[in-house]
Design a protein around this ligand. Structure first.
Ligand code: ATP
Ligand code: MG
Length: 461
């Protein structure tokens, strides 16, 4: 395919038609873009040069090119080439081939893996190496041209190729112009592309939040209409996407985007309903505060946990279920356990939350009710609970919505400062023996709570 003149305007009509329409190549030479080799992983450069020396086309592609153009630091560097996976393997000793359905080469440099993918077409014409097993497509290696590879991608900003041969950026879909305008635009017909893969709706919101891009009108328009398609996506994939949405440092912006386009209600129906009916707005404040904290932690490179995240996202649902059960007359402890189980079970139909996260999530919820107790044995047990720290952090968030947790926070902060031994020998004035509230200086309790704070809070929050 002849190289297009860099000045040639991009055929907008082409882009808005279907993915099979030929696209115009736009080459952005080195002096007209900001991608510099010093910002590219040296291992990715090694792979690119080796492929090139062996006579193959070699390009950096996808998120890395996009992030480099917007001054971001890519978290991984993917390479695209016209070499087959087997040919790639022959070039690198440290290479392994992975994937049955889509065969990919991984070139391994210690902890860094450079993924090398052969140009792929999205064709259904029966050509290429396809294998069907029990009606399921198990192998789908339909190799194609760089142009085929570009148009099967989702957004124009993700379909840019940085060529090691001349350091230019190759653009088949108008992505360069879109990145410069900070615009997310689907390649091809938006509705068709969302129907093919509804997870692209989440990617639109996530990438717009991460990059601070606007979603282009025609790309945004079908989102509320098609949001329900998401419930048909694979629950395991939705779990992964939710982690990326909320644990990549842009959780607040992601949440706002999801709500704006009606996607949050499809992912978390019960929490969405609870947020809607919570007139004080307290549940929303907790959620936003929690997401903001998580974003700060990511920015400071502190660890974040899926269990805590889901405890946060499903807290509105939990509170709502709890109120419902208590209205039916169920005892507080039983109601809490039942509410936790019910919310978890319902959520699993949409998002596959693994047990290793759902169990600690429930523990974080159930520990909330223990923070109201000053009974010596209970205090010690709560302090030594493996989820104590997370549950206490959660209590701090709840404080954002309602100042009623102030006393509990002061008490448990103090309790943590003393070590277990100090507590064992603490006078009864600090720890009540019989479940009475302790008479703690500067932390005098305003009223006695019998049901536990999560119970009290559900009506308050
Ligand atoms: P991130 O910064 O989260 O890694 P990314 O765009 O690199 O963003 P990946 O999931 O790593 O996301 O995907 C790599 C590339 O694969 C994308 O840039 C895009 O070109 C293509 N891609 C990913 N998911 C899809 C999809 N659902 N449909 C079409 N193309 C996709
Ligand atoms: Mg990526």
């Amino acid at each position: 395919m002849p190289l297009g003149n860099p000045a040639t305007p991009i055929g907008i009509a082409n882009i808005n038609s279907t993915v099979t329409t030929p696209f115009t190549l736009h080459v952005i030479p080195r002096d007209q873009h900001t991608i510099s080799r010093k910002d590219i992983s040296p291992n990715a450069l090694r792979v690119l040069y080796r492929l090139r020396e062996a006579g193959f086309g070699a390009y950096l592609v996808g998120g890395a090119v996009r992030d480099l153009l917007v001054d971001g630091r890519p978290k991984d560097f993917d390479v695209a080439t016209d070499a087959t996976p087997e040919q790639v393997k022959q070039l690198f000793r440290n290479c392994r081939l992975i994937g049955r359905r889509f065969r990919l080469a991984h070139v391994v440099f210690g902890r860094e893996i450079i993924e090398v993918a052969t140009f792929r077409a999205n064709s259904d014409d029966g050509s290429g190496d396809r294998e069907v097993e029990n009606g399921m497509l198990v192998r789908d290696n339909v190799y194609g041209s760089i142009e085929d590879d570009a148009v099967r991608r989702d957004f124009t900003c993700n379909a840019l190729y940085y060529a090691i041969e001349d350091f230019s950026v190759r653009d088949y879909t108008g992505g360069f112009e879109d990145v410069m305008a900070r615009r997310m635009r689907l390649i091809g017909d938006p509705e068709q592309r969302y129907r093919e893969d509804p997870v692209r709706m989440l990617r639109a919101v996530r990438l717009a939040a991460k990059l601070n891009f606007q979603i282009d009108g025609p790309t945004a328009e079908p989102l509320p209409r098609l949001a329900n398609l998401l419930s048909e996506a694979a629950p395991a994939r939705l779990f992964e996407e939710v982690l990326k949405l909320f644990l990549s440092g842009h959780g607040v912006a992601s949440f706002e985007g999801l709500e704006r386009y009606g996607l949050f209600a499809v992912l978390f129906p019960e929490s969405a309903a609870a947020l809607k009916s919570n007139r004080t707005g307290a549940l929303r404040r907790i959620l936003i505060e929690g997401l903001r904290n998580t974003d700060d932690r990511v920015a400071n490179e502190e660890p974040v946990s899926p269990a805590f995240l889901f405890a946060l996202l499903l807290w509105p649902a939990f509170c709502r279920a709890l109120i419902g059960l208590q209205k039916q007359g169920m005892a507080p402890e039983e109601a809490q356990r039942r509410a936790a189980d019910r919310v978890t079970l319902h959520q699993l139909t949409t998002i596959a939350l693994p047990r290793r996260f759902s169990l600690p999530m429930q523990e974080i919820w159930l520990l909330q009710s223990r923070f109201g107790s000053r009974q010596r044995k209970r205090v010690l047990r709560t302090l030594s609970h493996p989820r104590f720290r997370a549950a206490f952090d959660f209590l701090l968030l709840r404080q954002a919505a309602s100042p009623e947790h102030q006393d509990d926070i002061a008490f448990w902060r103090e309790a943590q400062l003393q070590n277990g031994q100090d507590l064992e020998s603490a006078p009864d004035s600090v720890l009540a023996e019989d479940g009475q509230e302790g008479d703690v200086p500067r932390r005098r309790r305003r009223r006695r709570r019998s049901g536990g704070s999560a119970t009290t809070t559900t009506t308050g929050e």
